[in-house]
Design a binder for this molecule. Structure first.
Ligand code: ADP
Length: 485
């Protein structure tokens, strides 16, 4: 391990600028999914530690909100630089706890830095309005101010960048935060504490607490000092958090599950579609909420697409994320492997055929073969459930209307992709798809400049883009009268 990496491996909560253990002294083991070895521990904190973090964030908010956007941007630019100066060790830490290939981890850390820089700039453009007044002697102003303390809960698949999208706009808007990273991947979350400390972000502005998800989540939801909760994770947990936040009427933003369709029309460039499919399916071993879950391919190119995708899938190099040339790492844990196995068994039991892959990889542990299944049908579980693994079920369709209807036949609405060479079809299909993110002839579209977020049960609110700071701001209307004008 690089010396710098161990510097970021913090085995303590970061609360009010101090590195502290759980009150009980209990810890949680963190396991490297590639080796199944324990890397270290983190505190198993609960309600009391979370409450202290929230109270520290509230105290810090009183002064942080009064700093100028320019001063906050300066600190955020320093934070961006600190991340980039440590891109390799932060990426190594990420691979150790999460498993993804080093190049992907480095890309994620780079994205984290890019979000911080983006929001440093956006924070300086939080404009209000001066509205033409209907009264001759009054003036009408609309102002924006930070909402206050935010609670941020993040998953294990992007342990660094999911926090960047939350801590970034919070810092820029003048909010303070209490973050809870996923227990499988807490070190990339705690590294945010170390980085904030290093660049001189005042104590209490960013706090990171690890431990019991339900206890920390319950405190964040029920504590009236927290004015906004931002969550990335499953739809099931997201719904619970929305319900629990109702008692204190918090703002909520939710990045929840997806069930991304990937449509290939007869007029598409099939090689381009296969290249897009490889990244949209296998990035992070299929463990992203925007990963393709269902491929729908029009009859005229069905066989060609299946054959080419299977050939490309067979070439993917599976291995430990820190090994040179690895393109697909292990799955996060045994539970994930079990789910993928069940979904494959269900699909083959209902008439699907495995073209390549289909089971655990010879490397053992949680490594899994890139898998392509043809002749998928609507009654299979893969049509409805998030696979979160390297399995590509391919459905056949005949007409454009049928393809769009199949793609929309889900309660989710996060990402979708389609490939066509026809301009009219591009607009018809784009208009017909009920999704928050649409890639046309592209399989990877996330960027800090654009608003990321789902429709339907995939979520509420946007992260990134100029929209990404909106949820961290309250709007006030001020009417100034008696001006004697
Ligand atoms: P995933 O399937 O990606 O693990 P989860 O929704 O289970 O998705 O987890 C995402 C994040 O939500 C993690 O940080 C997890 O610890 C947290 N979490 C899980 N259950 C709860 C809960 N009841 N309350 C608050 N947070 C939770």
């Amino acid at each position: 391990m690089l010396q710098k990496t161990s510097h970021f491996l913090r085995q303590a909560n970061y609360i009010d600028g101090e590195w502290v253990q759980a009150d009980s002294g209990e810890t949680i083991d963190v396991v490297n999914p590639a080796t199944l070895q324990v890397i270290g521990t983190v505190p198993k904190s609960g309600k009391a530690e979370t409450r202290r973090a929230i109270e520290a964030a509230q105290r810090a908010f009183e002064s942080w909100k009064k700093t100028s956007a320019n001063d906050r941007a300066k600190l955020m630019r320093a934070l961006h630089d600190a991340i980039m100066d440590n891109q390799d060790p932060l990426a190594e830490l990420l691979v150790m706890e999460q498993g993804k290939p080093f190049a992907e981890a480095k890309g994620e850390v780079g994205m984290s830095a890019a979000y911080i820089l983006w929001f440093a700039e956006e924070g300086r453009r939080v404009y209000g309005d001066v509205v033409p007044s209907p009264w001759a002697d009054r003036r009408v102003l609309v102002t924006k101010e930070p909402v206050g303390v935010i609670g941020a809960i993040t998953p294990w698949n992007f342990p660094s960048s999911m926090l960047a999208r939350k801590i970034g706009p919070a810092l820029a808007a003048g909010c303070t935060s209490v973050a809870k990273p996923a227990s499988q991947t807490p070190y990339s979350g705690l590294a945010w504490g170390a980085l904030c400390e290093e660049v001189g972000i005042p104590k209490g502005v960013v706090n990171v607490v690890t431990g019991s998800a339900s206890q920390i989540g319950d405190e964040i939801c029920s504590n009236p000092l927290v004015r906004k909760i931002t969550f990335t994770g499953s739809t099931e947990v997201g719904k619970t958090l929305i319900e629990k936040s109702a008692s204190t009427v918090k703002k909520v933003s939710m990045e929840l599950g997806g069930n991304a369709p990937f449509l290939v029309f007869d007029d598409a460039d099939v090689d381009r579609a296969v290249a897009g499919a490889m990244i949209a399916k296998y990035r992070n071993s299929g463990q992203t909420c925007v990963c393709t879950n269902r491929f729908f391919v029009q009859a005229g190119v069905y066989d060609a697409f299946v054959e080419k995708l299977a050939a490309a899938s067979e070439k993917l190099k599976v291995g430990p994320g820190l090994e040179d040339g690895t393109e697909q790492g292990p799955l996060i844990d045994d539970g994930a492997v079990g789910k993928v196995e069940e979904l494959i068994a269900d699909a083959t039991g209902k008439g699907g055929s495995v073209v390549t892959g289909g089971g655990r990889h010879a490397l053992g542990g949680t490594f899994f073969q890139p898998t392509v299944i043809r002749d998928a049908t609507a009654d299979m579980r893969v049509m409805k459930e998030e696979i979160f693994g390297p399995v590509a079920p391919i459905f056949r369709f005949e007409t454009e209307e049928e393809g769009v209807a199949l793609a929309n036949d889900t309660e989710f609405g996060l990402a979708c992709y389609f490939y066509t060479g026809d301009l009219g079809r591009t607009f018809r299909v784009m208009d017909g798809l009920k999704y928050g993110l649409i890639g046309v002839n592209e399989g990877l579209i996330t960027t800090v400049e654009a608003p990321f977020g789902g429709l339907k049960e995939s979520g509420l609110g946007k992260e990134g883009g100029h929209q990404g700071i909106d949820d961290y701001l309250d709007t006030k209307y001020v009417c100034i009268g008696g001006l004697g004008l």
